[in-house]
Design a protein around this ligand. Structure first.
Ligand code: 13P
Length: 256
């Protein structure tokens, strides 16, 4: 079975819930049923906007999936400031980004943390988007494959092959995030190929062939088609361009 593309917008720490309502409404005006048939579309607003965006999606029956940007792996308890998987599930959240490079670099998420988060997300019936990517320093030192393979292994540790098959991985080279400097599509496809081969190796050929792997890092309407033309790249995790509904819709409609 072919892999349906997924284009997910990571809004990061942008938009109040009022702005978020407008953003998802505007996005919905720019997409139609034929677009959703071709591409799975998701938006990942901050926690404070999830409920508002969920309400718009449900009220207007939009085929837009809701995603969260992070989660705690623990179910509940005295963990001030944390948000659990059951809390997200109750809001209709479908995808949860785990291991974004900003979480790793700024908030200290370790490889083991990312694995626990991915496991908790799957346990709760949601889909993790496991983000991996090398820094510029690591790329220049020739460590890219080793770094992303290690991050991926830790992220998918202990997860059954059939479950890995329905998970999502995002390859986001740190040096391409928010910089306007994309990986060139060949370079991105090469790393995505490394990740797919690693999954085939660790979880079997079926999981390797089925898992969706996205590219992320300065994706915009002008460059998305070149990434989507790569056989192994199944979509994009979009930051800055996802904040503008016109631009995000144009990324979703990458073939136009
Ligand atoms: P930009 O698209 O702003 O580079 O961000 C990419 C990203 O980090 C998505 O998760």
């Amino acid at each position: 079975m072919g892999r349906k593309p997924l284009i997910a917008g990571n809004w990061k720490m942008h938009a109040t819930h009022l702005e978020a309502i407008q953003m998802v409404q505007k996005l919905s005006y720019r997409l139609d049923i034929a677009d959703y048939e071709r591409v799975d579309v998701a938006v990942c607003p901050p926690f404070t906007s999830l409920r508002s965006v969920q309400t718009v999606i449900e009220t207007d029956h939009l085929p837009i999936a809701l995603g969260a940007q992070d989660v705690d792996w623990r179910g509940q308890g005295a963990f001030t400031g944390a948000v659990s998987v059951p809390m997200l599930a109750a809001l209709g959240v479908r995808y949860v980004i785990v291991g974004h490079s900003e979480r790793r670099a700024i908030f200290g998420d370790s490889e083991a943390d990312v694995g626990k988060k991915a496991g908790a997300v799957l346990e709760g019936g949601l889909t993790p988007i496991v983000a991996v990517g090398e820094s510029l320093e690591q790329r220049e030192a020739g460590e890219t494959s080793a770094v992303i393979t290690s991050q991926l292994r830790a992220g998918l540790k202990g997860i059954e092959p059939d479950v890995v098959a329905r998970s999502v991985v995002a390859y986001e080279p740190v040096w391409a995030i928010g910089t306007g400097r994309t990986a060139d599509p060949d370079t991105a496809a090469e790393s995505v190929g490394v990740l797919r081969a690693e999954i085939a190796d660790s979880h079997g050929d079926g999981a390797g062939a089925a898992v969706r792997i996205l590219y992320g890092g300065s994706v915009n309407p002008g460059n998305i088609a070149a990434f989507m033309a790569k056989r192994d790249i199944d979509g994009a995790l979009v930051g800055g361009a996802s904040l503008d509904p016109d631009q995000f819709a144009a990324v979703v409609r990458f073939w136009v």
